[in-house]
Ligand binder design. Structure first.
Ligand code: FES
Length: 138
């Protein structure tokens, strides 16, 4: 008869394999960096590196992008993070949900490409995207 420790080997291997797979999953789900560009009404351009998983508003605030006030801190309750999504990227960003649409009613000079930057999650698919900052937030 084999010792008890030997019998437990397959279970240990299974647990080790599961743990390794879990860690591999964690490794691959780490945020990656994407490039976002903000263009001011005067044409000044600022490119920033941002983590996936953050919002466009958070990336703008962390990099002191002028014109993104975000007074409510991302609660979709102020419309001071209004941006225009570059036309080439509108499909990738998607459309606002009903709550964001309602809040956009309070933004200045709303257009079909208007979004609240606090409601746009950064994904790898947005690497290289451009946003235009409105002349004013109200
Ligand atoms: Fe207030 Fe986006 S930060 S609505």
């Amino acid at each position: 008869m084999l010792p008890a420790t030997h019998c437990a080997q397959p279970e240990r291997l299974r647990l080790l394999s599961a743990l390794t797979a879990e860690r591999r999953l964690d490794f691959w789900s780490l945020p990656s960096m994407v490039k976002l560009t903000f263009i001011q009404p005067d044409g000044a351009s600022q490119s920033v590196e941002a983590d996936t998983g953050a919002t466009v508003m958070e990336a703008a605030k962390q990099n002191d992008v002028p014109g993104i006030d975000a007074e409510c801190g991302g609660a979709c309750a102020c419309a001071t993070c209004h941006v225009y999504v570059d036309a080439a990227w509108v499909d990738k960003v998607g459309t606002p949900d009903p709550m964001e649409e309602d809040m956009l009613d309070f933004a200045f000079d709303v257009r079909k490409e208007s979004r609240l930057s606090c409601q746009i999650k950064i994904t790898d698919a947005l690497d290289g995207i451009t946003f235009r900052v409105p002349e004013k937030q109200f």
